[in-house]
Design a protein around this ligand. Structure first.
Ligand SMILES: NC(=O)C1=CN([C@@H]2O[C@H](COP(=O)(O)OP(=O)(O)OC[C@H]3O[C@@H](n4cnc5c(N)ncnc54)[C@H](OP(=O)(O)O)[C@@H]3O)[C@@H](O)[C@H]2O)C=CC1
Ligand SMILES: O=C(O)C1=N[C@H](C(=O)O)C[C@H](O)C1
Length: 251
């Protein structure tokens, strides 16, 4: 992320924080990120960072992200959030904070996935419930949330296309004596292994044919570049909760 910020015209690194007590705190931020020394130490107080920055980029965990959203609102600092695995209560915290500051919240910052979500919504609108929608994702062994935020975003896009609520049709992680598939269900399955950056496949399966739309990320730099693009886009915007469709002008 720091390399993406450092190499983007118009951006300057204002600081960065790690969890208090982490051994990285106090190290040079640049060295820590594997780029040239920056003369800035890794901090452990996000309030200091929010006071110093125009925009903060957050890819952490839900507990930190909700705390950061509150700090953003309190310090009037724009926020870009890539963290996934947020509960609906966590998302309500973001929505509340976004009443006073501009915020981009997206489970996947790549152009390819943002376009895929658009295509999935279109396909789901045109293919009726005779087409069973299944979403399969695979990620590296370190990922802690499932299904991925992107898979949930794709499922939401499909539900939007079908004009149904995802909560009514989602089928997550089948196991055991499940019975036959429910008509209209949107299934999600998560695979974990190795160093897979992020694969997503959306399948529309019916009798006699199957449409498959998919995306494979091969470098995490793609997400970092999307986050920096979002930061440049969100700085100075009106308060609100935006996503990558806004950043990429795809609404
Ligand atoms: N939107 C997108 O395009 C993308 C989203 N993601 C999402 O971003 C998130 C992070 O993923 P990833 O980078 O792989 O995960 P990592 O575990 O590598 O990084 C998370 C970082 O957040 C830190 N952190 C966690 N809690 C706190 C806290 N309370 N205060 C300060 N720092 C904290 C962790 O520190 P520590 O190690 O001490 O816990 C760690 O350095 C995930 O939700 C992932 O799904 C990832 C890639 C792309
Ligand atoms: O944890 C990851 O690595 C990723 N998380 C995001 C998600 O949950 O969708 C985005 C990307 O696929 C990588």
């Amino acid at each position: 992320m720091l390399a993406a910020i450092a190499t983007t015209p118009g951006c300057r690194i204002a600081g960065g924080t790690e969890r208090p007590g982490s051994e990285e705190v106090g190290q040079d931020l640049g060295r820590f990120a594997g780029v040239d020394p920056l003369g800035l130490a890794v901090g452990d107080d996000p309030a200091v960072l929010f006071a110093a920055a125009d925009v903060v980029i957050d890819f952490t965990r839900p507990a930190a992200t909700t705390a950061h959203a509150r700090l953003a609102a309190g310090s009037n600092t724009a926020l870009v959030i890539g963290t996934t695995g947020l509960s609906s209560e966590d998302e309500a915290v973001l929505a509340d904070a976004a009443r006073s500051v501009p915020m981009v919240y997206a489970p996947n910052m790549s152009l390819g996935v943002t376009l895929l979500m658009h295509l999935v919504e279109q396909a789901a609108a045109r293919l009726d419930a005779d087409y069973d929608i299944e979403i399969v994702e695979m990620h590296h062994r370190h990922k802690v949330d499932a299904p991925s935020g992107t898979a949930l975003g794709l499922a939401r896009a499909a539900a939007r296309g079908r004009e149904v609520s995802l909560d009514d049709v989602a089928d997550r992680g089948r196991d055991g004596l499940t019975g036959p598939r429910r008509r209209g269900a949107i299934g999600m399955s998560a695979l974990r292994g190795g160093d897979v950056v992020g694969d997503h496949q959306v399948i529309f399966a019916t009798d006699g044919e199957r449409l498959e739309l998919g995306h494979r990320a091969s470098s995490r730099e793609t997400f970092a570049r999307g986050a920096v693009k979002s930061a440049l886009w969100v700085a100075g915007r009106a308060p609100g909760l935006y996503d990558m469709r806004d950043v990429l002008n795809l609404r």
